[in-house]
Design a protein around this ligand. Sequence first.
Ligand code: AP5
Ligand code: MG
Length: 215
Amino acid sequence: MKLVLLGPPGAGKGTQAKMLMEKFAIPQISTGDMLRAAVKDGTPMGRKAKEYMDAGGLVPDEVVVGIVRDRLLEADCASGFILDGFPRTVAQADALQVSFQEMGKELDRVISLEVDTDALVERLTGRRTCSECGRGYHVTFDPSLQPGTCDACGGALIQRDDDKEETIRKRLQVYTEQTAPLISYYQDADVLMKVDGMLPITQVQEKMLSLLQAS
Ligand code: AP5
Ligand code: MG
C-alpha cells in the first residue's frame, strides 16, 4: 500500500502512521522526523532546515523532494509506505507524481485527517515525544505511565522546539496557505478519503482501517 497522510499540524498523522506501520509492516516516511534527525546530527542541511522549522515555515521544496526521492528507492519501500507530512505543497505533490512514474508505481490513497483548529493547538502544546525512540504522547489524551518517561524504552520525554504557541499559529497559517490546496488536488485525482480526526486515537485508526479495507 502506498499511502499519503494529509492534515494540519497536530492532526494525528504521526500517531496514526505509526499504528498503520505496525499493522501493514510498511515504513512510515515522516519528512519532519527526517529533518529533525538531520538537525540533531548537525549536518549542513539540518542547520539550514532548523531556521525554517523554528520559524514555523516550510523547508524549501528542492530539499525535501530530494530526501523523499532517495528514501522511496530504499529496499524497505518495495511493498509500500506511509508518507507523513509529505507532500506539503503543490510543487511537492507534482514531484511525487514524477517519482511514482519513474518507479512505475501508483499512489493508492490519500487520507485527510480533519480536526478543528482549537483542538490542534491543545494537542500540540500537550504533545511529548521520546528523545530516544521517538514515540509520541499527549499529557492528557495519551499520557505515559510515568510522567516524563517513555513507556516503551524509558527515555526522557521532551517537547518539540516548534510546539510553542506562537510557532504553532504560524504553522497552522502555513498549512492553510500552502498545504490545504492539496485536498482538492487529490480529490481531483480521485484518491482522497476524509477521516474525522476529532475522534479518540483508536477510533480514528478503526475508521482508517475500515476505509482502506473497503477501497
Ligand atoms: P512535521 O514534523 O511533519 O510536523 P507537522 O505537520 O506540523 O505535524 P505534527 O508532527 O506537528 O503533527 P501530527 O499530525 O504528526 O500529529 P501527532 O500524531 O504528533 O513537520 C515539522 C516541520 O518540518 C514543518 O513545520 C516544516 O518546517 C518541516 N517540514 C516537514 N515536512 C516538510 C515538507 N514536506 N516540506 C517542507 N517542510 C517540511 O499528534 C499531535 C498530538 O496530539 C500528540 O500529542 C498525540 O498524542 C495527540 N493526538 C493525536 N491524535 C489524537 C486524537 N485523535 N485525539 C487526541 N489527541 C490526539
Ligand atoms: Mg508528526
